[in-house]
Design a protein around this ligand. Structure first.
Ligand SMILES: C[S@@+](CC[C@H](N)C(=O)[O-])C[C@H]1O[C@@H](n2cnc3c(N)ncnc32)[C@H](O)[C@@H]1O
Length: 312
């Protein structure tokens, strides 16, 4: 029987430590301007993609199904009362599984990838699976949205012209990666696997700033973050780095600003500090009913959180 989107098997997992060591070694040879090539080579070889679960994030599905009172639907109501589909972004979309899911809920979705080969993989996967039940239209009245996979760097602007998104901003952004690796040297900076847990905490201000810039200043526009790992001790290092809810709160309340951490790596919370320019406000926070295995404890209890953010 042919594999379907729901039954395709991810690659056999290497133990986590081995995966991290492999990736670190790989990116040692792809520092600086070779960063992009590093990702592309992994996608070209195609035999070591340990993050690639082949199915959409269960936490995103749970959010769309069970928390629509927070995130709304894919329909954006304009000031004149007319409507259009919301524009959604999945940065570092990998094989595009979460792009396909959002499309099935009616969003017009952009899947952004730094690797051209990953974009090819997205196109192939999308063609093979688009008629499967997993990605079937979730609301007949809304219908399915569109999808576009594009090559570009989350932190640069050049891809925005290619996607033709109105005002260069999105009404939904999904920030998530089952990431194993962190900072890479790129353009003279220490960066940039976007996605909160994967970054060295010193890069979090840039991440928060970029999210604030790309999220539409509209009360119907939401940044959805899958918070992971939430219960790792802060001094345990990374990646993935300890990412408790308060770290998201401090950074997204002060995009682009340095947020103080203790010597042990714990974010210092200052509830009396004013929020900074471009601050996002948390409007929802919960444990999803399900998430990928890496976000659960040995008994299957979900440790991940989902948080939802908006411009004030
Ligand atoms: C660890 S993988 C996760 C992929 C996907 N989100 C998933 O969970 O299956 C990270 C992905 O982000 C892409 N990526 C890394 N840095 C990026 C950047 N600066 N801009 C866009 N994509 C990036 C990589 O090519 C890779 O496919």
């Amino acid at each position: 029987m042919a594999a379907t989107a729901a039954t395709r098997q991810p690659q056999k997992d290497l133990p986590l430590e081995e995966s991290r060591a492999y990736l670190k070694n790989h990116f040692k040879d792809h520092s600086g301007a070779k960063y992009k090539d590093g990702w592309d080579k992994l996608w070209q070889a195609g035999d070591f993609l340990p993050w690639d679960r082949m199915v959409p994030s269960p936490a995103l599905a749970d959010t769309l199904n069970n928390h629509s009172h927070v995130v709304g639907s894919a329909k954006l109501v304009l000031p004149d009362g007319t409507t259009r589909r919301k524009q959604a972004l999945v940065p570092g979309c990998g094989r595009g599984v979460d792009v396909m899911l959002l499309q099935s809920y009616g969003y017009d979705v952009v899947g952004l990838e730094i690797s051209a080969k990953a974009v090819e993989a997205c196109e192939t996967y999308a063609r093979e699976t688009e008629n499967e039940e997993l990605y079937g239209c979730k609301d007949e009245k809304l219908g399915k949205g569109s999808r576009k996979f594009v090559v570009g760097d989350f932190y640069a602007d050049e891809w925005l012209d290619k996607v033709g998104v109105k005002d260069g901003v999105f009404e939904l952004i999904y920030d998530y990666t089952v990431s194993l690796f962190s900072e890479l040297s790129f353009n003279g900076l220490l960066i940039l696997l976007q996605f909160f847990c994967a970054m060295n905490p010193s890069m979090r201000p840039a991440w928060a700033n970029r999210m604030s810039t790309l999220l539409a200043p509209n009360p119907q526009a939401n940044l959805i973050c899958l918070e992971f790992p939430t219960n790792k001790p802060p001094n345990a290092g990374g990646p993935p780095y300890s990412s408790p809810p308060k770290a998201y709160m401090e950074h997204l309340s002060h995009p682009g600003e340095d947020v103080p951490y203790t010597a042990e790596g714990e974010v210092k919370v200052n509830p009396l500090a004013d929020s900074g320019p471009g601050a996002l406000e948390r409007v929802g926070h919960w444990h999803p009913t399900d998430t990928h295995a890496i976000g659960k404890d040995t008994e299957g209890k979900v440790n991940d959180y989902v948080s939802v953010w908006r411009h004030r």
